[in-house]
Design a protein around this ligand. Structure first.
Ligand code: NAP
Length: 282
């Protein structure tokens, strides 16, 4: 049976360290780090994420403002709000919850956020810095995966790392971060041939596909470390990852559960980025 990589426990430990650092920052600078979270429309999943982010900020002492705008908000109105937040001295980080309604260009919105306040690390300037290895912020989910590996002393250098999924938010940056830690990285996607042959090579396998129980036991090497980024809502309302947890946990040496694995780490990394943004702007 695999070691359970407990994202909830790691998150709690990191958040308590972060709380102390934030208190020290606030004492030294006279103000807490400030994060603005903007939600357009009433997508229920996005509303839950935004509420959780606000709560997490309160827990660690980050000042947070939540803007819940109606679905019919125009692109110009949203850009005007971002301009105001870019200029606000008490706001160090800005996060616009994606996806946005179809009439708003996500690209224009991401470009409008000042790179120093871009705590999601989606702005091309921050993406470029990650590519070059001299980043300000790391995107929260891949950074959370790296923090889990570090916390459990899982060495990446020299390991065969396979990432399934190549999205801009998860798969691609995940591959870069594993490469930066000297892993030998392969990225798979929907056009990959003989996927199971590739995933079976992995010492560290990261699944970011968005399909429930997609990674089955026959796709995993005995003793592999398996990181499940997927969050899929089942018909019974329960959450399920991209990995067939029951079967794969019999074969892996370590595995993340869903929920309670990568998910809690994503918000913790956002909190870390908000503190980093505030430190940079002081
Ligand atoms: P996405 O943008 O939909 O990307 C999915 C990726 O999976 C694509 O690159 C796609 O390949 C690949 N894929 C789809 N079918 C495949 C197949 N049959 N074989 C191999 N690859 C396949 O999703 P995402 O935003 O990266 O998110 C992935 C999952 O992570 C979702 O479940 C999402 O909810 C979850 N997520 C979790 C967190 C967290 O905090 N834990 C954060 C973000 C996302 P192509 O590029 O070829 O289409």
């Amino acid at each position: 049976m695999a070691t359970m990589i407990d994202g909830k426990a790691v998150s709690a430990a990191l958040r308590s360290e972060l709380k102390e650092k934030i208190a020290a920052f606030a004492a030294a600078s006279g103000a807490a780090p400030g994060l603005a979270v903007v939600l357009v429309g009433d997508d229920p999943a996005s509303s839950v994420y935004v509420r959780n982010k606000h709560r997490a900020c309160e827990e660690v002492g980050i000042y947070s403002e939540v803007y819940q705008l109606p679905a019919e908000t125009s692109e110009e109105e949203l850009l005007a709000l971002i301009d105001r937040l870019n200029a606000a001295a008490n706001i160090h980080g800005i996060l616009v919850q994606l996806p946005l309604p179809k009439h708003i260009s996500e690209e224009r919105i991401v470009l409008a956020i000042h790179p120093d306040k871009d705590v999601d690390a989606f702005h091309p300037s921050n993406v470029g810095k990650i590519m070059l290895g001299n980043y300000r912020f790391l995107p929260c989910t891949p950074a959370g995966v790296m923090a889990l590996l570090q916390y459990y002393n899982i060495e990446v250098a020299g390991k065969e790392c396979v990432v399934v999924g190549r999205s801009n938010i998860v798969g691609k940056p995940q591959a870069l971060l594993l490469l930066e830690k000297n892993g030998t990285v392969t990225v798979c996607h929907s056009r990959t041939k003989n996927l199971a042959d590739v995933t079976r090579r992995a010492d560290i396998l990261v699944a970011a596909v968005g399909k429930a129980k997609f990674i089955t036991a026959d796709m995993v090497k005995e003793g592999a470390v398996v990181i499940d980024v997927g969050i899929n809502r089942m018909e019974n309302g329960k959450l399920c990852g991209d990995v067939d947890f029951e079967a794969v946990s019999q074969k892996a040496s370590a595995i993340t559960p869903v929920p309670g694995g990568v998910g809690p780490m994503t918000i913790t990394m956002l909190l870390q980025n908000a503190l980093r943004a505030a430190e940079m702007q002081q």
